[in-house]
Structures are given as C-alpha cells and as structure tokens.
Design a binder for this molecule. Structure first.
Ligand SMILES: Cc1cc2nc3c(=O)[nH]c(=O)nc-3n(C[C@H](O)[C@H](O)[C@H](O)COP(=O)(O)O)c2cc1C
Length: 179
C-alpha cells in the first residue's frame, strides 16, 4: 500500500513535518508513506506549461497517480491552509487525468494554537473535494498546541500518537475498500 505525503510547511523545524514524520513512524504493516517535496515547485503560472509542464510537476503528478492514498499535514495560516500547499495542489490539478481523483485522502492539521488548525483542515477539504480526492470524513485530526507536543522532531505524546495511528488505520481500510 503506497501512500504519498504532503507537508504544507517548508520550515526546517516545522511542526507539520514532525507530525508527518510521526505518521511515517506509525505506519501499519504493509503501508509505505513517501513524503513528497513541494518546496522546489515554481509558483503556478500557466505560461510555464507552454512547452510542457516543468519536470518537477510531471514527476509529482505521476507519484500521486501511482499512489493508493494521500496523506496531508498542514499548518493553519490566517484561518486557511498554507500557500505552498495550495500551489502544489493547483499544479497537480492541472496535470492530465485528475491525479487526485478517487484517492483516499487523510487530512491532518496542526497549529501551535488551541484549535489545531481546524479551519485550515476544513478549508483544505473544500479544495480537495474540487479536485476529486476521496476525503476521509469523521472527526478531523487537528493537533493543537503542537509546539508543546514535539520533541526531537517527533510527537511523543501518547494520546496524540494514538489519534494519528487511528487516522492511518482508517486510511488503510479506505484503500482496501477502494481496491
Ligand atoms: C502567516 C501565519 C499565519 C498564521 N495564522 C494562524 C491561524 O490562523 N491560526 C492558527 O492556529 N495559527 C496560525 N499561525 C501559526 C501557525 O499555525 C504555526 O506557526 C504553525 O506551527 C506553523 O507550522 P509549521 O510549524 O509546520 O511551520 C500562523 C502562522 C503564520 C506564519
């Protein structure tokens, strides 16, 4: 079971990255999560597609097409998800064959605040629904007070780890059902 992971922050010590690394650590048997790099994408500009899309976009879209599922961790910026993540979703959505179409997709938000980026989480769901992702529903995974939970680039808090592991179980189940 191949899952591709997007992190909506480019910061070296990103808490979103720490959540993703924790999810990778918690992946159940048979699930492989590959974190995709989105920091080297240019800002979306249709002119750049005139002679064919940039290689980095083609490769990213191909990874999504080839995946069984998608996992996204985003911070909340001004009550939405991050611009770098939106840029990546916009690029991929313009590639042939609606790469996200029908892909079981888990959304996790995080914030140093008390709501865990719940508004970013729902804003992201709105965009994902337009590009055809099969978004997992249910209570959103929103990691609050993330700066208090991360140690050495990982979430160590047991309750949060259990919550994240549950998301992965739900993703694995959705991928099995979609097969
Ligand atoms: C431009 C900007 C806007 C932000 N807006 C919000 C917000 O609306 N809600 C919130 O909970 N946190 C907000 N934050 C705090 C971020 O969610 C927090 O810094 C987060 O940890 C950043 O993610 P990262 O650690 O993965 O880089 C904002 C941060 C920035 C830089």
């Amino acid at each position: 079971m191949k899952i591709v992971g997007f992190v909506g922050s480019l910061r070296r010590a990103s808490f979103s990255g720490a959540v993703m690394d924790t999810l990778i650590e918690l992946a159940p048997d048979g699930m492989e999560i590959e974190r995709l790099s989105i920091g080297d994408l240019p800002l979306y500009n249709a002119d750049l597609k005139e002679d064919g899309s940039p290689r980095v976009v083609i490769d990213l879209a191909e990874k999504v097409r080839g995946a069984d599922g998608v996992l996204i961790v985003t911070p909340e910026y001004n009550r939405s998800f991050s611009g770098v993540l939106k840029n990546a979703l916009d690029w991929i959505s313009t590639e042939p064959g609606m790469p996200f179409s029908g892909k079981p997709t888990v959304v996790v938000s995080q914030s140093i605040g008390l709501r865990g980026g719940a508004l970013a989480n729902y804003h992201l769901r709105q965009v994902l629904s337009v590009i055809g992702a099969a978004i997992l529903t249910g209570p959103e995974a929103a990691v609050a007070s993330s700066s208090d939970l991360v140690t050495d680039g990982r979430i160590e808090d047991e309750r949060t780890r259990k919550r994240l592991a549950k998301e992965l179980e739900m993703l694995a189940e959705a991928v099995r059902r979609a097969a």
